[in-house]
Write a protein that binds this ligand. Structure first.
Ligand code: ARG
Length: 668
């Protein structure tokens, strides 16, 4: 039972008897933002009043008079211009909780209209090591799958890996020229990764050299510097440090926008120059690397040629690709195992390769694409640039593959929705893809780009290692687990009756706590914003962290252990829940809101609404636990009711974390 759905159902009846279309009005019944306004608030009297040309307060009064909620709520109050406030009755809540106790779904209703979802997430480009940037898509996508499935939807998870791109050209070239055969035999994945990094390094070096030699960047820097004058250039530096007072400094806010834009541009160019110089020194510092770079000029063109040969069906490159791919997949799988993530399908870019030529021809024949300057383009309404689906040289693009993928998914699974969990930088791509899909005739399917921001280091920049690479996903997990182990051990050592956990237990708990912390920290962010990655914050035992939630869970479990009680027996005994005090009532209400939280989170695909819910629940539990003795409560009926609340809290936390892909621990 969802309280919100129940309230809306009752409103719907009244509205329909008035001949009103309730659909958009019902949305205006929501949980109250503030406790003093009751538990739920309905704001629909305002639009309704407008519609009917009557005062909203009057409309509200009439709605309340007709509404039949006496069993569930105190008489509704009308406030301000016509808000209707509800406070639920404790007896009614208690009755719902008694039912929830016996329900393996914790009273969360199944979706009234189950849908089919295809969820496209994780999708790394294989053959290069996964880095911190891959965590978000993987974790958010996995949580959405779990939440939707729990509500009874059919979910098809599809890992659209990049297994056909330039990175294979790089490995092919590396394999043919730089292979350490012995290392490849021993540890193929590591050797392939080394080859990738080596070729990347040399390519970056050559590109950086060429850019610097061309001199355009330096010229632009000099030009802007001249424009801004000496004072203007210095302002840039003073932005970051303490403001230096200077007669020439223009007070902030009064600087003409053009100057500000120029300073920003200068800053960006200077950073770029620095990056390029770094790439050059990295290679020139090592005689060995420098020799390789000189012996293999024009690496980029050579790599592209290897990729093109692979795509054209060159037998050797195809054979090598087939040899490499299983290694790459096994490596991915290893990380997914660690993360507890699994996919129904892994249909990567290569799977669609044979369909691309036909797709483009078909679109040309149907007049949906046009040849322009030798390239095949789709001109889409509302976009300045067309979407190119075949280049002049005949090569296909990312967009072509995505179009073929979409078509395949529609034909194979007939989904109601396809969700693409991909970072925000690809938003134009997806807007165009969706517009193209509509042109192809896929009008009814819900297409969503579940976009997300960047993971930043504590310096507020993309999270990189000292060497300047993005932090590797594995090392990040290792570090989180190592720190979790330390925390778990310290916590255990500090127990009043001495440590409880064996070294193995500590290690297992640390895995769950460490990986859970990384996932939860990510999921608890508003997904569209960037966030700063901080081990210490994410592993804190208090605050909105998974460790706090796991700790709350473990504490409940320890009550049962202490009391020598079996929660399963309690659940089936059928004893009623009662809510005589305010903390019990508040906890009980939170427990009944689990389904509602899930629905709200899925409205806009925001797992952070589920984490906020869990946090609120854990906080209410902790107030309850401080103020309401459990094992010592008298009489028996009260003790049992409180135990049932404890148990339901533990189960809700466990289920909630499970839907986020996080395991609980029995002890901590
Ligand atoms: N492999 C791509 C990348 O790393 C992401 C793919 C996302 N999914 C898709 N259907 N385009 O950028």
């Amino acid at each position: 039972m969802s309280i919100l759905a129940e309230l809306r159902r009752r409103f719907r009846e009244v509205l329909q008897s008035w001949g009103e279309d309730p659909s958009d009005l019902l949305e205006m019944i929501r949980p109250s933002q503030e406790e003093r306004f009751g538990d739920y608030q309905a704001n629909l009297a305002m639009p309704l009043g407008k519609r009917r040309g009557r005062s909203p307060r009057e409309v509200a009064a009439e709605l309340v008079a007709r509404l039949d909620v006496a069993d569930m709520a105190e008489p509704p109050e009308i406030a301000g211009p016509g808000f209707i406030n509800f406070r639920l009755r404790a007896e009614w809540l208690a009755k719902q909780l008694t039912q929830a106790v016996a329900d393996p779904r914790l009273a969360v209703p199944l979706a009234a209209h189950p849908k089919t979802y295809v969820i496209d997430y994780s999708a790394p480009n294989v053959a290069k090591p996964m880095h911190v940037g891959h965590i978000r898509s993987t974790v958010i996508g996995d949580a959405l799958c779990r939440m939707l499935r729990f509500l009874g939807h059919r979910v098809i998870s599809d890992n659209h890996i990049g297994d056909w791109g330039t990175q294979f050209g790089m490995i092919l070239y590396g394999y043919k020229h730089f292979l350490d055969a012995e290392a490849y035999r021993r540890e193929p994945v590591q050797e392939l990764a080394r080859l990738y990094r080596l070729v990347r390094l040399l390519m970056d070096y050559q590109q950086a050299k060429a850019t610097l030699a061309a001199g355009g960047l330096q010229a632009r820097i000099a030009e802007i510097k001249a424009h801004l004058g000496k004072a203007g250039v210095e302002e840039r530096t003073s932005d970051h440090g303490n403001k230096r007072e200077s007669s020439q400094t223009i007070p902030p806010g009064q600087e003409p926008p053009i100057r500000r834009a120029m300073r920003k541009e200068l800053q960006a160019h200077l950073e770029e120059q620095q990056e390029l110089e770094k790439k050059v020194t990295q290679v020139e510092q090592s005689p060995e690397l420098l020799r390789l770079a000189q012996e293999h000029p024009d690496l980029e063109a050579k790599v592209l040629a290897e990729t093109a040969k692979l795509h054209a069906g060159d037998p050797e490159n195809r054979r090598l690709w087939q040899e490499f791919l299983p290694y790459c997949l096994a490596e991915l799988e290893r990380i997914y195992q660690r993360l507890g993530v699994r996919f129904d399908y892994t249909l990567g870019e290569s799977f669609y390769h044979d369909r691309l030529a036909g797709l483009v021809e078909d679109l040309l024949a149907r007049g949906l694409a046009q040849v322009s300057d030798g390239a095949v383009c789709m001109f889409l309404e509302g976009f300045d640039t067309p979407m190119i689906i075949r280049k002049q040289d005949g090569a296909f693009l990312y967009a072509t593959t995505d179009l073929a993928t979409l078509q395949y998914r529609m034909q194979t699974w007939h989904p109601d929705a396809i969700l693409y969990v991909v970072d925000h930088r690809q938003s134009l791509h997806f807007q165009q893809l969706f517009a193209a899909a509509r042109l192809l005739g896929y009008k009814d399917v819900e297409l969503q780009h579940i976009s997300f921001g960047t993971v930043l280091g504590e310096d507020g920049r993309p999270f990189k290692t000292r060497e300047g690479d993005l932090v590797g996903l594995e090392s990040l997990l290792d570090e989180a687990v190592a720190r979790a182990l330390k925390i778990v051990s310290e916590n255990d050592d500090a127990k009043p009756d001495g440590p409880e956990l064996s070294p193995q237990e500590r290690a297992e708990i640390a895995q769950r706590v460490g990986i859970g912390a990384v996932k939860y920290a990510d999921l608890s962010q508003n997904r569209t914003s960037d966030y700063v990655f901080s081990y210490s914050k994410m592993l804190a035992l208090s605050g909105n962290t998974s460790a706090y939630m796991q700790y709350a869970y473990a504490r409940v479990r320890s009550i049962f252990r202490k009391g020598g009680l079996q929660p399963e027996q309690l659940r089936t005994a059928g004893a009623p829940v009662i809510l005589p005090t305010e903390p019990e009532r508040n906890l009980g209400l939170a427990l009944l809101r689990f389904g509602e939280a899930l629905e709200l989170a899925l409205e806009d695909y925001r797992p952070n609404l589920l984490t906020s819910y869990l946090y609120e629940l854990a906080n209410r539990y902790s107030v309850f636990f401080e103020q309401c003795p459990v094992l010592k409560a008298e009489p028996d009926s009260l003790r049992i009711s409180r135990l049932l609340l404890c148990d339901l809290t533990a189960r809700t936390i466990q289920k909630g974390l499970e839907l986020l892909g996080i395991d609980v621990v029995e002890r901590m």
